[in-house]
Design a protein around this ligand. Structure first.
Ligand SMILES: Nc1nc2c(ncn2[C@@H]2O[C@H](COP(=O)(O)OP(=O)(O)O)[C@@H](O)[C@H]2O)c(=O)[nH]1
Ligand SMILES: [Mg+2]
Length: 684
């Protein structure tokens, strides 16, 4: 492979709604630049980027994939991401791996929720962003309306640098307003007469937008009411690299019109890795700036794992500085561990091209790493550098998961680990209260895909169902209780008797055991058995099968038998005394309550607030930010587990939320009665 200088490299991630045409655009550019020799189609399931079996079956991207091409002595790396909100994690993690985000919008689809979500991920990030208005060949395609609707709904203001020539069936190419040329698949020409005025307008609009990003340029612009070509180019590149301006393009991934013109613009107007310097890094854990260079210190980033069942796990890696060479050791600061780069590749979909090194500015894949995972830095052994990592959204959807057949129980663990390592937003925990394995993430589609991968790749049948609510049991009053366990028929007998005072304690105090036995009415060697009887009973639950918390039990009296008393006898007596006493103490259930921040366009606020109260939620406050309302609320987990699908349905998919545990709170009596009855039935 040819050695490219940093200035000849461009790294792009394609983001936007599912169906906008990201994968088709990638396919078209690979074909037009002869990276591939045939044009694959989504509908035929033969594109370069959607190579996974699940993707070809669904005819849509479900996971990030990598590709590259050469154009005009530049090398362009393209990361294609899935547009479904469930799979946003891949894109969030990929953004720091590139200098440029290409927001692919459909010219014909109306405003797209997936695009809005993508744009939200760019807030506050210093990354180049451009809008590619695709599907210009489509019925109802409207370049200007699409840009307007993006501006109106998200506040992002894309400024055209290329204008479409024609639309729908007459869409034939674009005019580049900086170069002043019409560019059609057949070649370059003069600007069509009917577009002259629009091009003039757009050029002035672009100059104005560029001038507004820099004081010196603004003064120059105000003086002459225009910028020189050199001023415009320099200001434009600078503004794009800083993320201060968003350029807009038009094209059709389907016909290819506008696509090569856009690739030219990628080379001419978008920042190279060199222009993105300095990088924000951490030095000994503290924020610092770092100038990346081809012969500088090694610094890289792992942004995707792909578990190929036959070839092993691929780690997709961006190298920012220095060079990662095959056969060398490197360090992962987040793991405080070393790893070794074995074989390495440049990936075009699933096709591997061997390489001996991945140089600064390039993106490649490593295999058989021992320690490195997604969101890890790659540094030289002994380095004090690392990269700040993007924050991931909290889960919004939960399911318990287990093997469908008991015989698969041993296999499911390791297969599940490999599958979920591919998607950084999926979490997997054993819930200590309900003893269920709970898998959580961004939505149903995402978790269903986990089941499919388990089956197709690892031959494990798994099932999911609603998780149990991790209720807890506690009491609201004090009582005394007594139990004598006595069995003295035949053989060695059993004998133990305890007297308890049972009291509620403060929320969060857990279990307190007080030994108030005096005068040896129970010998001290039996006291631990009494405590053990209590702990075991509390773990199992008393009224509904949930852990008992926030209770104090004082053993203050009892009796024993010289021969028949045993630890077992006292354990049983203790357990029985607690069970009987507990029921006299007005027991209740506690349920976990979470803090939610719900983010919706303002027009849905009324519906969202009404719905929260039907879910036993409490509104804690709200704040308007841009076009969105941020609503803080508290909601019981029992309602939150099912909240996301509902929120999506009455906000046309535009609502979302983040959440975290807040506290435990009393369950309303009528719900407690139902939970208790259900448990009694299952025990009967
Ligand atoms: N008419 C038309 N259809 C397109 C265009 N780009 C993509 N499509 C179709 O739109 C559907 C979704 O395309 P895809 O590339 O999978 O979109 P993605 O989800 O953004 O990757 C497929 O059926 C494509 O054939 C385009 O420019 N024009
Ligand atoms: Mg796609």
């Amino acid at each position: 492979m040819k050695e490219y200088k940093l200035s000849q490299l461009r790294n792009l991630v394609l983001m936007g709604a599912s169906g906008a045409g990201k994968t088709s655009l990638a396919e078209q550019v690979f074909y037009l630049t002869k990276s591939t020799n045939r044009l694959g189609k989504i509908d035929e399931g033969n594109t370069v980027m959607d190579f996974d079996a699940e993707e070809t079956a669904k005819k849509m991207s479900l996971s990030l994939s990598l590709g590259w091409l050469n154009h005009r002595d530049h090398r362009i790396n393209i990361l294609d991401t899935p547009g479904t909100p469930d799979f946003i994690g891949d894109a969030i993690v990929a953004i720091p791996a590139v200098e440029n985000v290409v927001l692919v919008a459909s010219a014909a689809g109306g405003f797209e929720v997936g695009l809005e979500l993508a744009i939200e991920q760019l807030e506050g990030r210093k990354v180049g962003k451009i809008v590619f208005v695709n599907r210009m060949d489509n019925e109802h395609a409207d370049f200007y309306k699409t840009l307007e609707s993006i501006h109106e709904n998200t506040g992002l203001n894309p400024i055209p640098v290329q204008l479409p020539i024609g639309r729908e069936s007459t869409f034939e190419g674009v005019v580049d307003i900086i170069r002043g040329k019409a560019i059609r698949p057949s070649g370059e020409g003069e600007i069509p007469a009917e577009l002259q005025a629009a091009v003039e307008d757009a050029r002035l609009h672009l100059m104005e937008a560029v001038a507004e990003t820099d004081e010196e340029l603004l003064n120059a612009f105000l003086e002459n009411m225009e910028l020189s070509d050199a001023q415009l180019m320099q200001g434009l590149k600078q503004a794009v690299a800083q993320g201060d301006i968003c350029l807009a393009f038009a094209g059709s991934a389907h016909s290819g019109a506008g696509v090569l013109a856009w690739l030219d613009a990628v080379c001419d107007y978008l920042p190279s890795p060199e222009e993105a310097n300095p990088l924000q890094v951490l030095k000994n854990g503290e924020p610092a700036e770092f100038v990346a260079s081809a012969d500088g210190e090694l610094l890289g980033y792992v942004f995707k794992l792909y578990a190929d069942p036959n070839m092993g796990d691929y780690a997709y890696v961006r190298v920012f500085s220095g060079s990662l060479k095959a056969g060398t050791e490197f360090y992962i600061p987040e793991k405080e561990a070393k790893d070794k780069a074995g074989n390495m590749y440049f990936m075009l979909g699933k096709n591997r091209h061997d390489t001996q090194e991945i140089r600064a500015g390039e993106i490649g894949a490593l295999v058989k790493l021992k320690n490195a995972k997604v969101l890890n830095s790659i540094t030289a052994v002994g380095s004090n550098l690392s990269l700040p990592m993007p924050e991931l959204p909290t889960p919004t959807y939960w399911q318990m998961i287990r093997a469908a057949n008991q015989s698969d129980e041993d296999k499911i663990g390791s297969a599940l680990q490999r599958v979920i390592a591919e998607d950084p937003t999926i979490r997997f925990d054993l819930n200590l209260e309900t003893h269920e394995n709970v898998i959580s993430g961004m939505g149903e589609q995402q978790l269903q895909l986990v089941l499919k991968k388990l089956k197709n790749r690892y031959k494990v049948d798994a099932m999911m169902k609603e998780p149990r609510i991790p209720y807890k049991e506690t009491i609201t009053a004090s009582a005394e209780s007594q139990y004598r366990h006595k069995k003295q028929s035949g053989g060695r007998g059993q004998y133990g008797e305890v007297y308890f005072r049972i009291k509620p304690v403060e929320r969060g105090e857990g279990f307190q055991f007080i030994n108030a036995i005096v005068g040896g009415v129970i010998p001290s060697n039996f006291i631990p058995a009494i405590e053990k009887g209590l702990v075991e009973t509390m773990e199992k639950g008393i009224i509904a099968g949930y852990q008992v918390v926030d209770v104090s039990v004082e053993v203050y009296y009892g009796s024993y038998h010289d021969v028949d008393s045993s630890e077992m006898a006292f354990k049983i007596a203790s357990s029985m005394a607690l069970k009987e006493g507990f029921k006299k103490c007005r027991p209740i259930l506690l349920e976990p309550i979470h803090d939610l921040t719900i983010i919706v366009p303002s027009e849905y606020m009324g519906d969202v607030m009404g719905d929260i109260s039907t879910r036993r939620g409490r509104i804690m406050g709200m704040e308007q930010r841009g076009k969105k309302q941020y609503l803080n609320a508290q909601m019981p987990v029992a309602e939150m587990y099912f909240y996301y699908p509902a929120l999506k349905s009455f906000t046309q998919g535009r609502g979302r939320f983040t959440q975290k545990f807040s506290h435990y709170e009393k369950v309303p009596d009528e719900i407690t009665a139902k939970v208790v009855a259900a448990w009694q039935e299952s025990e009967a």
